[in-house]
Design a protein around this ligand. Structure first.
Ligand code: ZN
Ligand code: ZN
Ligand code: ZN
Length: 375
């Protein structure tokens, strides 16, 4: 993945994030955190290498110690330009040297470390070999809420990304659907996302007719026809923060059943949104949305969790799912996206990003949730 560094964050912001992360790691009984290139590194330092390769780049965080970024010598000049670089000590290693031995010198020989989920196995195995006494936990297992609560600047960026995705929807509802392949509509959507300021498009789902019954159908060669329901689910990164919204449109006039199922999902989405408030459990949002769908007899056709967090990625903790009892906190930001999927027939999904406020929730997507009729 490529990551941009929003200009709105300073070295002090990154320093505060790294200190908070190190403190949380210590509270969780960890000797520290090891973070390879990816969303955690972007969030903690503002740094993304131009290419992620087999050469080790690793941030080492431990409470009470200065953060150290281990980098290949040839990439050190790039790392020095990261917004968070002034808050980091760079430790570079040259080709031919053992980067794991160099990193081992920074670690406790018998420490347990949280390590970013997307760290290559190659690197984790190298560290284990260099320091056989260490042990490791996946970062999102150890600290699932590390990036979950957004500050005001992050919320502004997420709101702007949401507004940009909304602008893309307002345009796409005006294009021709009937007679074109899903992939062609998806290409339009991707272009609209980029035009509205997205630097990265993560997904442009166009799932027409029976394809709509598969929540992760992307977009293919199927030609959209008159009478089709079409699930649109699209998003990416704008200024380093994510968008993700779904609307289900219909080509021409819908049947009574299609309208009824769409109304049901809209009602479920509204119920999920209304369940958002500080102190409610994540699972309460899922339960509220699911109860509406189950109550209408469609429970078995709502086959996924209600939502996921969003931030510097488009899918991250917290998850709105049965069993997730952690409480909602102001500043958390996640999707509310119930759906009904009728195999072989059609699907409906409606998704907004919602931010937890002091006393409820605020939608970051604001296009109509009524069924939109397209041509
Ligand atoms: Zn239809
Ligand atoms: Zn989505
Ligand atoms: Zn989503």
């Amino acid at each position: 993945m490529t990551g941009t560094t929003p200009a709105s964050f300073t070295a002090d912001d990154y320093k505060a994030r790294m200190e908070r992360a190190a403190r949380q790691a210590a509270d969780a009984g960890l000797a520290g955190l090891l973070v390879a290139p990816g969303p955690d590194l972007v969030w903690l330092t503002g740094y993304t290498p131009t290419a992620v390769t087999e050469r080790l780049t690793l941030l080492v965080l431990a409470a009470g110690r200065d953060p150290v970024l281990v980098v290949p010598t040839l990439e050190a000049p790039d790392a020095e330009h990261a917004a968070g670089a002034p808050a980091l000590t760079l430790r570079d290693w040259t080709d031919g040297k053992d980067p794991y031995a160099a990193t081992a010198a920074l670690l406790d020989a018998d420490g347990r470390y949280g390590i970013s989920d997307n760290t290559w196995a190659l690197h984790l195995l190298g560290l284990q070999q260099a320091l056989p006494g260490t042990s490791y936990a996946a970062l999102t297992e150890a600290l699932p809420m590390l990036r979950a609560v957004k500050d005001a600047a992050e919320l502004d960026l997420l709101a702007a990304a949401g507004a940009a995705a909304d602008a893309a929807f307002e345009e796409i509802r005006g294009v021709a659907f009937a007679g074109r392949r899903e992939a062609d509509v998806a290409a339009d959507l991707a272009a609209l996302l980029r035009r509205s300021g997205h630097s990265q498009v993560d997904f442009t789902i166009v799932a027409s007719g029976p394809n709509g019954a598969n929540p992760h159908h992307e977009a293919g060669d199927r030609v959209v026809g008159r009478g089709d329901m079409v699930v649109l689910d699209f998003g990416g990164l704008k200024d380093g923060y994510g968008s993700d919204t779904s609307r289900t449109v219909h080509v021409g006039e819908p049947t009574d059943e299609e309208r009824r199922v769409h109304d049901l999902v809209r009602e479920a989405q509204e119920a999920g949104f209304r369940a958002v408030r500080p102190g409610a459990a994540c699972q309460d949002v899922d339960r509220a949305a699911r109860a509406v769908i189950a109550g209408a007899g469609y429970g078995e056709y709502f086959i996924h969790r209600t939502g996921h967090g969003i931030g510097v990625t488009t899918h991250e903790p917290p998850y709105m799912i049965e069993g997730e009892e952690r409480p909602l906190v102001p500043g958390m930001c996640f999707s509310v996206e119930p759906g009904v999927y009728l195999p072989g027939r059609f699907g409906v999904r409606i998704e907004d990003i919602v931010a937890v406020t002091g006393d409820g929730g605020r939608r970051l997507n604001n296009t109509t949730r009524e069924m939109v009729i397209v041509d």
